[in-house]
Design a protein around this ligand. Structure first.
Ligand code: ADP
Ligand code: MG
Length: 265
């Protein structure tokens, strides 16, 4: 199986602060990998650096289907097949979802008629029809916004999808729906990186691998047993097992939270 995303020894910092510290990760096509880490471990920074957000000092390597990512501009990375779904999707009053998707699909090389039928077809599949002619994310619930992100991904057919906290701020039914939608996206031409600090989404979807990220690097990788360890002992249990000292202030939430303690969207 070829590699959708390969990250080798990636370090990154901003304003003199080191955030990613020699992170390596390999996601083959056809697989869904989860990255779990406490708040502040650098999960969103990894997404920003891979998609080319400005302002970071970056060292290391990252390739998508063998092509170097780090030397490219944001739009070039996107056209190559990299897609980031946002932790907090932005509301854009005045820009309809349908127009936005048509522009994006045409930018990604789809003919206008193909783009239009993809928007219709995937809109139906993800129950987005009634949102197509409304402003992007405007007045959508947390769950609807996340479903819209997955719909956008389905229209654009990325090769690598980075889903940053696709489950945060959702009630338990919405988490289940989003998890099912992610599982439905599974394809031999796509590698998915699902980032979360809650283990509850793993009740509804089965990643091929789970990676634990602490202090800017992947410290452990494994299967369902890792999620169970996190569920019962939190990140402190993993730290203790691996002999990792707490050096970073990661906030009070050390244990992957339950739905009741999840922060509202
Ligand atoms: P996560 O997504 O895992 O919660 P982030 O990648 O958002 O973590 O942040 C990792 C660390 O980097 C945090 O300590 C955060 O405060 C810090 N950080 C993120 N962005 C900046 C920035 N622009 N300037 C300074 N520090 C930042
Ligand atoms: Mg984050």
């Amino acid at each position: 199986m070829s590699t959708a995303l390969k990250v080798t020894n990636l370090s990154a910092g901003i304003d003199g602060k080191q955030i990613l510290d020699g992170l390596s990760l390999e996601v083959p096509f056809g697989e869904i990998h989860a990255i779990m880490g406490p708040n502040g471990s650098g999960k969103s920074t990894l997404c920003h650096v891979l998609t080319g957000k400005a302002g970071y000092t970056v060292k290391g390597e990252a390739t998508l289907n063998g092509d170097d990512l780090l030397s490219l501009d944001v739009d070039e990375r996107s056209r190559l097949g990299l897609l980031l779904s946002f932790q907090y999707p932005t509301e854009v009053p005045g820009v309809r979802l349908r127009e936005f998707m048509m522009e994006a699909a045409e930018e990604h090389g789809f003919d206008e008629s193909v783009a239009a039928s993809r928007v219709e077809e995937q809109g139906k599949r993800f129950g987005m029809e009634r949102f197509l002619d409304r402003s992007l994310n405007d007045d959508l619930s947390g769950g609807e916004k996340k479903r819209s992100e997955i719909f956008q991904m389905a229209v654009l057919v990325p090769k690598v999808a980075l889903l940053d906290e696709i489950d945060s701020g959702l009630d338990v039914d919405a988490v289940k729906q989003v998890a099912e939608a992610v599982e439905e996206m599974r394809s031999p031409d796509l590698g998915v990186v699902m980032i979360t600090h809650y283990s509850r989404i793993l009740r509804y979807l089965s990643p091929d691998k789970i990676h634990v990220m602490i202090d800017g690097k992947i410290v452990d990788s494994g299967g369902a047993e890792l999620a169970e360890e996190l569920d019962s002992g939190g990140y402190d249990a993993v730290r203790e097992r691996l002999g990792i000292e707490k050096t970073r202030e990661t906030g009070p939430q050390q244990r992957p939270a339950d739905f009741f303690t999840d922060t509202p969207f």
